[in-house]
Write a protein that binds this ligand. Structure first.
Ligand SMILES: Nc1nc2c(ncn2[C@@H]2O[C@H](COP(=O)(O)OP(=O)(O)OP(=O)(O)O)[C@@H](O)[C@H]2O)c(=O)[nH]1
Ligand SMILES: [Mg+2]
Length: 279
């Protein structure tokens, strides 16, 4: 881990960006006001490798809306996914504003981890929350958690790939293929895709000490550009974040990075729900 920060910003996520609690409050108000065009609880589906930080991201987003750290999703390090069931979490600040959908981790080898069929069915809304994923097979249509005719509320309105920024440079072709195929499946279903790059604190010593340095760290910029090339998702839809992992109390900069990301994701989701103008 090194330090490649300069005084130049590689991204300006908001022209008002100030690392203050007032700005956190403003962002939270703006998030509450994003129109969802009749969809009561749009679903942001999170998917990505085992230990990428999907469940931690749920907790970080929920904490950033709050004055204290929220730990609803179980997180931890293992070679197998800690999250074994499909879980949905309501936003904290305004119940029903949006839902975060947490899934079992993808594994590089072909036969285990989140099954590509389950991934596609989750996007279409065919799987009920609480479904316990099978390690080596997908849900059957006879399963009590299978929804035959999902409503608009059950499908995914945004697909967020969660990927550790520390693994972008040496991603294996198996992982790459599984993720690129998932992105293609989302595209076929016209679901907007974003990438959230976690663990930026592990990439740069300066960012580890002060997460405010995120937009001045050229190493993080390079990783974002690399992720654009690998996954074929435009840079503007790629967001570096740091999740709460060891802290006990909210850190305003961590909350602001999370809220800037959440706001963009919800704006893209809102645009997608609104769709093109109808003749
Ligand atoms: N330093 C650091 N650690 C993180 C970050 N995000 C997650 N972690 C840690 O990474 C480990 C895995 O995090 P999880 O949130 O459980 O990952 P997951 O993607 O839900 O993993 P599975 O459910 O097992 O697929 C935990 O020990 C977290 O504390 C981050 O941004 N920085
Ligand atoms: Mg998890």
């Amino acid at each position: 881990m090194g330090n490649r920060c300069s005084s130049d910003k590689w991204r300006n996520p908001d022209f008002r960006l100030e690392w203050t609690s007032q700005f956190k409050t403003t962002l939270n108000k703006e998030i509450k006001n994003i129109p969802m065009h009749g969809i009561n609880k749009p679903c942001i589906m999170l998917a990505g490798p085992v230990s990428a930080g999907k469940s931690s991201l749920v907790n970080t987003f929920l904490s950033a809306e709050s004055t204290r750290l929220i730990r609803k999703a179980d997180s931890g390090s293992d070679t197998r996914s800690v999250t074994t069931a499909f879980m949905r979490y309501d936003s904290v600040a305004v119940r029903g504003r949006f839902r975060l959908c947490d899934t079992m981790g993808i594994l590089a080898d072909k036969l285990t981890g989140l099954h590509p069929v389950d991934m596609s069915l989750l996007m279409k809304g065919h799987i009920r929350a609480g479904y316990k994923f099978q390690e080596d097979s997908h849900i059957s249509e006879e399963d009590e958690h299978y929804i035959k005719n999902p409503s608009d509320l059950e499908r995914s309105h945004c697909f967020a790939i969660v990927f550790p920024c520390t693994q972008v440079e040496n991603i294996s072709s198996d992982y790459k293929n599984k993720i690129v195929n998932a992105i293609r499946a989302a595209r076929v279903q016209n679901i907007p895709t974003v990438i959230v790059l976690t663990k930026i604190d592990k990439l740069c010593t300066n960012v580890m000490k002060s997460v405010q340095k995120v937009f001045t760290c050229s190493h993080i910029r390079d990783i974002v550009k690399m992720a654009e090339e690998i996954f074929g998702v435009p840079e503007m839809y790629i967001f570096p974040v740091v999740n709460y992992s060891t802290q006990q109390i909210n850190d305003v900069s961590t909350d602001i990075i999370a809220l800037l990301t959440l706001k963009k994701i919800l704006e893209f989701t809102s645009d997608h729900i609104e769709g093109p103008e109808q003749e």
